[in-house]
Design a protein around this ligand. Structure first.
Ligand SMILES: [Zn+2]
Length: 183
């Protein structure tokens, strides 16, 4: 398992809901947490590791020691959002790119945990931003889509570089573009 970078097609594919929380999903969540921590990220969505189902892992402190800040979400939905705030954001599929993105200030989300229990969480600011960013990934929506005109302009050089690198890797046969569905 590895983190795919933009413009890998998995990042633009809507993920399917998980219908059974089995060993496969539990294993994937554990490996995604490991990957997220080793990349020093706050969140990782299944499409970012080429998996085609609705699974997220997050740690709102970005600290593997802080298990209380760790969160696994299956089939998550935002049920309420309030306010608006513009702040800096990055993405593990766009290493080194940071731009301001406008998001809701607070959200209420519902998701299933690895035991199959439905839970609800209300949060604001950074955790709310992480939830919105990761849930977007499940719809094939990326933070570059949500940037304002200045952010888009400021990202152009990085994005062109990601595209050029991706084309190079593809020519070398290093891109596996087949999204792995949940069986
Ligand atoms: Zn991301």
């Amino acid at each position: 398992m590895k983190i795919v970078k933009y413009p890998h097609p998995a990042l633009r594919t809507a993920a399917q809901p998980v219908t059974a929380i089995d060993k496969e999903v539990q294993l994937a969540a554990g490996r995604m947490l490991d990957l997220m921590y080793s990349a020093a990220g706050l969140g990782l969505a299944a499409p970012q590791v080429n998996l085609g189902y609705q699974l997220l892992v997050m740690n709102f402190e970005g600290d593997p020691e802080r298990k209380d800040a760790e969160c696994v979400a299956i089939n998550p939905v935002i049920v309420e959002s309030k306010g608006s705030i513009n702040d800096r954001e990055g993405c593990l599929s766009f290493p080194g790119l940071y731009q301001n993105v406008r998001r809701a200030k607070s959200v209420k989300v519902q998701a299933y945990n690895l035991k199959g229990e439905l839970y609800e969480m209300t949060c604001s600011d950074l955790p709310a931003r992480v939830w919105q960013h990761e849930i977007d990934h499940l719809q094939g929506v990326l933070f570059i889509d949500k940037m304002g005109p200045l952010g888009k302009l400021g990202s152009k050089r990085d994005i062109d570089k990601f595209i050029a690198d991706f084309e190079k890797d593809k020519k070398k046969g290093e891109i596996d573009a087949n999204l792995i569905p949940k069986l």
